[in-house]
Design a protein. Structure first.
Length: 252
């Protein structure tokens, strides 16, 4: 079972922060296991820098307001992340520097802008940066949007793809079966929101298969214990420390 830290480990440390990413790399010192991968999210600044932040707007996780894409990289240096000691929004380049020596894989999610549109050039910039660092084999490119997944397949066929699925996806794409089949046809790993997957686990296993099916985001001991007992390939959690401790206890 693969354990993925969601936005680093957002229920322990500030999400998508350099300090949080460094801390999740050190989990092996706590429980003698390390996460298999870390999930993170990317947007573009006004001048085309790849920024690691979940929301298209700054309000929820920083001391500023407005769209990420409304500010240049230099202006974003003045934006402080909540729940940190004065950290700013990291660039993808800085995050890759943290993970390069660790062997930990990265799931990089292509986010939409504040109007719900893909960022022009974001995918190409991410691919180029990852390849320049020699990390393509350790990176999975992810998105909720089939058209973006198709673009990933066309522009980086050598890189793994992951599609995230929730109820809103299924409503938009014609139900759970049609949604899963659409992403299977695009050669994706598929991660399904946990309450939806509980209802559709047998159907998902039949369509996707055990080796390419994952769940997000179980965070309590009860939830994690349940999913560790299911025939799926990976768990994405805001509490990867708990998942790793449970995994170690079961192995013992």
């Amino acid at each position: 079972m693969r354990i993925i830290g969601h936005r680093g480990a957002r229920n322990i440390w500030a999400e998508n922060s350099l300090s949080g990413f460094r801390q999740v790399c050190d989990l092996k010192n706590v429980c003698d296991l390390k996460v298999d991968a870390v999930e993170l999210d990317v947007h573009l600044s006004a001048d085309g820098e790849i920024m690691v932040i979940h929301d298209p707007l700054l309000e929820r996780t920083t001391d500023h307001k407005g769209p990420v894409a409304g500010l240049s990289r230099e202006a974003l240096r003045k934006v402080r992340l909540n729940d940190t000691l004065g950290e700013t929004i990291p660039t993808l380049a800085a995050v890759l520097d943290v993970f390069a020596p660790t062997g930990i894989e990265l799931e990089i999610e292509m986010k939409m802008d504040a109007l719900g549109n893909p960022y022009p050039g974001l995918l190409e910039k991410v691919i180029a940066l990852v390849e320049a660092r020699g990390m393509a084999a350790r990176v999975v490119l992810t998105c909720f949007v089939p058209e973006v997944i198709q673009e990933i397949k066309e522009k980086a066929p050598h890189m793994r793809r992951l599609a995230s699925v929730d109820r809103r996806s299924c409503e938009a794409f014609g139900g759970v079966d049609a949604t899963l089949r659409r992403f299977v046809d695009l050669g994706c790993i598929i991660a399904v929101e946990q309450s939806l997957l509980r209802l559709a686990l047998d159907r998902a296993l039949g369509i996707v298969g055990r080796e390419k099916l994952g769940v997000w985001v179980p965070n309590t001991l009860r939830e994690l214990d349940y999913w560790l007992g299911q025939p799926i390939a990976q768990i994405t959690s805001d509490r990867p420390d708990l998942a790793l401790q449970l995994l170690a206890a079961k192995a013992g």
